[in-house]
Design a protein around this ligand. Structure first.
Ligand SMILES: NC(=O)c1ccc[n+]([C@@H]2O[C@H](COP(=O)([O-])OP(=O)(O)OC[C@H]3O[C@@H](n4cnc5c(N)ncnc54)[C@H](O)[C@@H]3O)[C@@H](O)[C@H]2O)c1
Length: 399
């Protein structure tokens, strides 16, 4: 079978197993080149481990620190009828590479919100690792079924209170558009907090603690985003921002609890804005990212997931000193994005960008390329005209 990008309404519906494996190999090589992280984590659980920041966290743990890793993700398998999701192939590629390097890895493809998944993961920690010293919580999900009452909640990306007139980019058509988004209802806001807030993170910690599998000094980190004021009405002050506030509050309660119980703690890391599966359909954020990429690349400050997480591990979490945090107690690995000179340039261009100067001011090509790379396309060195066998579709390409 030949696999090409299948993009409908700015969402990529296909993925390339060989390209995914090549991209995982690139990330592993980046971390290995940086050298071994002394005093890094040894037994790590990553929730949301198959793509984006979670995959990078797993790679940094395993290939930067020699850690045994357990990953949890929810991905569609590939097979005779067609390719699975990129995260499915990324996970296969990661497991192959870990095995080749003599590193323990176990990957669960299931719903992290469900009690059954939590129980299975705990059983495998007890059997294979004994305890864990790091849990990275990197879930990004549109839906969650609460295990207590079976009610299913759906998150929405909407402003809160007032409608939002958003300037956006369509990276594939190369257009700047203005769209108006109606505010969320109170119910939608609450549902988004239920899905993307801190409740499930807290549940994970509670069951792991109860099972006695948290090592002395255990740390947990969840990821958030803040960004510039121009995106506040939609992001920070919107439904997703409310969920992130809940996540951030949860970290405070968890920190106090873990300090007391195991001499560890919980942190929030504020990460940089990156092209993700959702970016190209999020109004305002897509335009902001395209402008930001151009400015950061010009200043030689651009980072992707692996560069961000490698820096988070080496310079913040495991730098052999107290973890540096801001006034709100959060780790800032978005420091380069939020640099005054970077933000000032983006703000000026935000006001003047339109269809006539889009390619000059925005990194449209970079956005499009990263978007394709998320699904294993546009990866240098991969032959996209070669047939992909059913065996590879089912079992992933062996890097
Ligand atoms: N992408 C950005 O620009 C950005 C910036 C700052 C912070 N963040 C935060 O980082 C975190 C990760 O974001 P990302 O962009 O890497 O996301 P992503 O979409 O690349 O990854 C999400 C992961 O969650 C897993 N997942 C989703 N639903 C699941 C479920 N029910 N059970 C188990 N696994 C499930 C997926 O399989 C995948 O591994 C999020 O909290 C996000 O808000 C993202």
């Amino acid at each position: 079978m030949l696999i090409k990008p299948k993009i409908i309404n700015n969402i990529c519906l296909s993925s390339h197993p060989v390209g995914c494996a090549a991209d995982v190999a690139r990330q592993i090589a980046y971390v290995q080149k940086k050298g071994t992280l002394e005093d890094g984590p040894k037994n790590v659980l990553v929730i949301g481990s198959s793509t984006g920041y979670g995959l990078a966290s797993r790679i940094c743990s395993a290939f930067g620190s020699g850690a045994k890793t357990i990953g949890v993700a929810y991905e569609k398998e590939g097979g005779e009828k067609g390719p699975g999701t990129a995260g499915f192939y990324n996970t296969i590629a990661f497991d192959h590479a870990a095995k080749k390097a003599g590193l323990y890895s176990r990957s669960f493809n299931g719903d992290a919100f469900a009690d059954a998944t939590k129980n299975e993961v705990i059983a495998s920690i007890q059997k294979d690792l004994g305890t864990i010293d790091l849990l990275i919580y990197s879930l990004a999900s549109p839906v969650r079924t609460d295990p207590k009452d079976g009610v299913t909640y759906r998150s929405v990306l909407k402003p809160v209170g007032n409608e939002f007139v958003a300037k956006s980019i369509d990276p594939f058509k190369g257009e700047v558009r203005v769209s108006t988004i109606a505010p969320a209802t109170a119910e939608e806001q609450a549902a988004t907090v239920k899905v993307m807030g801190g409740e499930d993170w807290e549940l994970w910690i509670a069951v792991l603690e109860k099972a006695g599998v948290l090592a002395q000094g255990f740390r947990t980190v969840a990821y958030t985003y803040i960004g510039p004021k121009a995106t506040y009405p939609f992001y920070r002050e919107g439904t997703i921002g409310k969920a992130k506030e809940h996540l951030e509050q949860t970290s405070k309660a968890l920190h106090a609890r873990l300090q007391k119980s195991v001499g560890g703690g919980a942190w929030i890391s504020v990460n940089k804005a990156l092209v993700t599966r959702a970016s190209s359909v999020i109004p305002a954020v897509s335009l902001y990212i395209s402008l930001l990429y151009k400015v950061m690349k010009n200043k030689n400050l651009h980072e992707g997931c692996i560069e961000q997480i490698d820096r988070l591990f080496r310079d913040r979490l495991f730098a052999g000193k107290a973890i540096p945090v801001d006034a709100q107690g959060m780790i800032r690995i978005d420091d380069w994005e939020m640099r005054q000179d970077v933000q000032a340039e983006v703000a000026v261009q935000w006001d003047v960008v339109d269809g006539s100067n889009l390619h000059e001011l925005c990194d449209v090509k970079g956005f499009e390329q990263e978007f394709l790379q998320l699904n294993g396309f546009a990866i240098p060195g991969v032959d996209y005209d070669a047939e992909v066998s059913v065996e590879v579709l089912e079992h992933g390409a062996i890097p």
